[in-house]
Write a protein that binds this ligand. Structure first.
Ligand code: ZN
Length: 349
């Protein structure tokens, strides 16, 4: 018989956010506007082949008695998953003839001692067939002879209620013989957009990056003095490598010509015009789907018609923002209420 372990994959939604800084001599108070720059990426599904048989179509492989479902909560003991499992079971009971061609009835008893099926909630689903990080995993059951009671379905914890229910529905669907090509598509498709439980936004985190080692790309082609502009950027990066107050003390910067986490460029763009002086665009992931970025993956600093001597300061100002100091009072001293002359001084020394 064939036991195929199938997965539903967590998708990551990217969001973008633009902030301009005016070039005036006042201390700027940036305003934040959110751009809808959404992109989704997904992973493939895994299959795990053991033995093969053909099933008898039109019959419930679990038999005619109610399928007794137990719940083992290893991932998050404080959370009650029973209502979500019941909701998923009710979905199939209400749609059995339509999508399965046979009736199914469930009895969800979290502590059942001899269950037919165990829904196990775990921190991670590290392996499911050949897929390494899934949100759920279940055997594909098409024949009664495949069933070795009790069978186990694994579901990742940390997802929002609706997403958890969807994953349980999906995995139960596999235990009822449905594959990723079967209807209902919105439940059985291999990839869905799922959301985590609420997480702190990037603006609420002390350091909103996964790590402190950064790649940097400087495109100074449009700067009035490219070599001078590059030296100014070097001063700003060197300042952060020297552990300024209030900033992480382990920051590293590696120059690259390709994709970089920190991108610095010169010249007006659609969102950063001549009047802006400089702008920052932050990009990152929004796994809880609240419309705000939770972790940054990329920051773009754009400099528009600034004299070369002010370049380093503007870069330094936005780096403080990107490293978690959005409010000027949280930034290192050179970026608080700096006059035009101070901005053009050797503030990094
Ligand atoms: Zn699946």
């Amino acid at each position: 018989m064939t036991v195929r372990s199938l997965v539903l994959v967590l998708l990551v939604v990217l969001a973008g956010c633009a902030t301009p800084l005016d070039p005036g001599e006042r201390t700027a108070s940036p305003t934040v506007e959110t751009e809808a720059a959404g992109t989704a990426t997904g992973l493939a599904t895994g299959t795990q082949t053991t033995r093969a048989t053909s099933g008898a179509p039109g019959a419930n492989p679990w038999g005619t008695d109610p399928v007794v479902v137990a719940i083992r909560n290893e991932g998050n003991p404080d959370r009650d998953f029973a209502p979500l499992v019941r909701e998923a079971a009710t979905f199939w009971e209400g749609n059995d003839e339509r999508y399965l061609g046979f009736p199914v009835e469930y009895e969800v008893r979290p502590d059942a001692s001899n269950p037919d099926l165990v829904v196990k909630f775990v921190d991670r689903v590290p392996d499911c067939g050949d897929v390494s990080d899934a949100v759920g995993c279940a055997p594909l059951v098409t024949d009664p002879r495949q069933i070795d009671r009790s069978e186990t379905v694994r579901v990742k914890t940390g997802l929002a209620d609706d997403s958890t229910t969807l994953v349980v529905e999906h995995e139960l669907g596999h235990t009822l013989g449905l594959s990723h090509d079967d209807p209902p598509h919105e439940v059985m498709q291999a990839e869905s957009v799922l959301y985590t439980e609420p997480q702190p936004n990037a603006t609420e985190r002390a350091f909103p990056w996964d790590d402190a080692d950064f790649t940097v790309h400087v495109d100074a082609a449009n700067a009035s003095d490219p070599a001078g502009a590059r030296r100014q950027v070097d001063h700003a990066l060197g300042y952060y490598e020297d552990d300024p107050p209030g900033m992480p003390d382990n920051l590293t910067f590696q120059r690259t010509d390709g994709d970089a986490e920190i991108r610095i460029r010169f010249g007006a763009t659609q969102t950063c015009r001549a009047a802006s002086g400089s702008c920052v665009n932050t990009y990152g992931t929004d796994p809880d789907g609240d419309g705000a970025i939770e972790t940054y993956t990329r920051v773009e600093i754009t400099l528009v018609e600034l004299d070369t001597d002010a370049v380093g300061w503007h870069v330094g100002y936005w780096l403080a923002h990107a490293f978690g100091a959005e409010a000027d009072g949280e930034k290192p001293p050179p970026f608080r209420e700096a006059s035009g002359r101070e901005r053009r001084s050797e503030w990094w020394t």
